[in-house]
Each structure stands twice: as structure tokens, then as C-alpha cells.
Write a protein that binds this ligand. Sequence first.
Ligand code: FPP
Length: 236
Amino acid sequence: MNTLNHIAIIMDGNGRWAKSHNLPRTMGHKKGVEKVREIAIYANKLGIKCLTLYAFSTENWKRPEKEVNYLMSLPKVFFKSYLKEIMANNIKITMIGDMKDIPLEAKNIFKEAIKATSKNTGMVLNFAMNYGGQREIVRAAKKYAQDYKDGKIKNLNEKTFNNYLYTKDLPELDLMIRTSAEERISNFLLYQVAYSELIFMDTYWPNFKKEDLDKAIEIYMKRNRRFGAIDENKSN
Ligand code: FPP
């Protein structure tokens, strides 16, 4: 039985879901927000320690301005509707990504939610906003180099480097799920995904159900995780 503490989801397919319903793309994202609520509450009930969701990537700025603005309004939509329920479920909100380019209103909404939930002890619901794996690694490398130069660190290795990542306080990533049948990592948690299990599902995010999460977990539990070692029971 594999331990499962940290799941990350690339919530893909909002646009295609909307198109298949003859709706504007933004309606796919709206439906996607409702799914965030449903799946976060369910994952917390399952006892998952951390759920990291890819809400906006450093590359998503390339989308039309109208869609970018809509995506940046989603934190307000989400926390206005669901912060009470998040509190009642003891869920703790955190955020990773490059805060500086996020519009002030969205930034403040996040700050308030992070503060309000900071003492909660249930699942960490971690939003990746204006997040890019390559940017995270470069940012960490710069700080790492500076601290080394200043004599603050002596040993340069994977363990000490880990402390410079946004995710330093989160459990190791066990499972990454991507919806919508695309099979790419798309610059998500590039360092952290090293030994995670990957599961690609053909459901669009707005159609993703609790049962789909159950299914992914069931597949994950059957995987033989070796972390580069050999399976002592199977080799002879
Ligand atoms: C990818 O689908 C999805 C996104 C870029 C946005 C995902 C965001 C949410 C589901 C809500 C986030 C919630 C909060 C509270 C911030 P796509 O648009 O690329 O779909 P497509 O590939 O079918 O076009």
C-alpha cells in the first residue's frame, strides 16, 4: 500500500467543456471553480494532507485579455462563495507562484483567505497562481547562490535546495493528475514531480467527479513505487 499525502491536479479541459456545451470559455472556468470546491472538500474528507491545484500558469498571460481578467476574478468568486465552508471543513489555504504580477484584488483576496485559515489543521488546499516550474527553479537557484555566497549554507545538495522552493513546507508530491486526456506536465511542479506517479484522465475538469478521484487513487495504490531502487520481493 502506497502512502498518499500530496496530490496535484492540472485542471484541464474547461475551454473544451464549454465549447461542447456551446458556451463561452469563461463558463467552463466558472464550472471549474465549483469543481474545486467539491473535490477539495472530498479530498479533505479522504484524509489527503495536501492538494495543489494549477489555477493559473506563468504562460496563461498569453490568453486573450478578457479570459485572463476572468481567470483573475476567480479567487474572489471562489472565496466569496466558499470560504465559510472551507473554514467549517478545517481546510487551510496556501498559495504558490509569482505574487508580484497578480492583480491587487486577487492578491488581497488570497492574503485574507490564507490568514483566515492559517490555524486550520485539516488538508492544505494549495493554489498555484502565476506559477511556473522553471521560474520557481530559477528563483530558488538565485537565492541559493546568494545564500551560499553569504556563507549561510555549506552543503549544496538536493535536500538543502528543497528549502528554496515554494513547496518547502509541503509534503513530498505523491501523485499528479491531469484531466482532459492531454499527456503533458506543462511546467507544473517540475522539481517536485521527480518520483511522483502520473495519471492522465480523459475527463474534462468541469466533468470531474469524486468517483474520478477515487479511481485515480485506486490506480495510484496499485502502482509499484520504487524510487529508483529495485523491488526486493520481485528480483531474484
Ligand atoms: C485549463 O483549462 C484551466 C485553466 C487555465 C484554469 C483553471 C482554473 C480553475 C479551474 C479555477 C481556479 C480556481 C481558483 C479559486 C483560482 P483550459 O482553459 O486550458 O481548457 P482547454 O484546454 O479545454 O481550452
